[in-house]
Design a protein around this ligand. Sequence first.
Ligand SMILES: CC(C)(COP(=O)(O)OP(=O)(O)OC[C@H]1O[C@@H](n2cnc3c(N)ncnc32)[C@H](O)[C@@H]1OP(=O)(O)O)[C@@H](O)C(=O)NCCC(=O)NCCS
Length: 209
Amino acid sequence: MRTKIEKISPLSAFAVNNIQEQNGASLEFLSFREKLSFANISHPQKRMEWKGARMAIKSALETIQLPYPGFYKDHHGKSHPMDGYGHVSLTHTGNMAAAIFHKEMPVGIDLEKIREKTVKLGPKYLDMEEMEFLENDPFLYTMAWSAKETIFKCQGRKGISLRKNILLQPFRKDSTTIKGKVYDSGFADHHYLVKVEVENDTILTYTIW
Ligand SMILES: CC(C)(COP(=O)(O)OP(=O)(O)OC[C@H]1O[C@@H](n2cnc3c(N)ncnc32)[C@H](O)[C@@H]1OP(=O)(O)O)[C@@H](O)C(=O)NCCC(=O)NCCS
């Protein structure tokens, strides 16, 4: 997937970064705590992914004229702005990292390479009802996986099962959005709309409101 920065609305933007293109980029914009977290990551690929995702948030924020506030992680692993203003989500896969920001609503984002193994793993993250419309197709299965991960990240709580608590409405290969809900989670049901973008072997999904 190519590098891109997109304003979704005056309140929300996302960016996709090629993490190999960012090698010499300065990290001065990070908060003190983030610089410490980054210093503690030793694995080279993990460092590139971490950096790529933070640079993607910075680009998305610039698009809606917001400064970089620094981010911290809660005990579920979800990132939040240090100034308590707005919502963020991050993802990385292979050479790509992406981030989405919304000033008012929770957000989720996910990047996935289309993989055969998503079909075999189907019963672990899909309901029977969903497998019926996915037709053993790795493309459709990867779309479903990515949409569920996006909804999972948007709601943010560990312990929510992709199979038992997130249900997708039927969609097709050419669908540009997927509707899904979080249900039976001990809280009121929540409905989500997930945007889908496909480029070559990569699927990008993110929440829209
Ligand atoms: C947390 C999870 C969504 C991360 O997805 P992933 O595909 O492994 O990795 P991604 O690169 O897309 O996303 C990583 C980012 O997710 C974010 N994240 C982690 N936990 C999160 C949570 N509870 N809520 C929201 N975002 C979270 C982090 O920002 C992380 O980036 P960082 O480490 O640079 O800060 C995933 O590991 C998970 O737990 N999925 C649901 C559980 C499941 O059932 N999975 C397998 C089914 S077979």
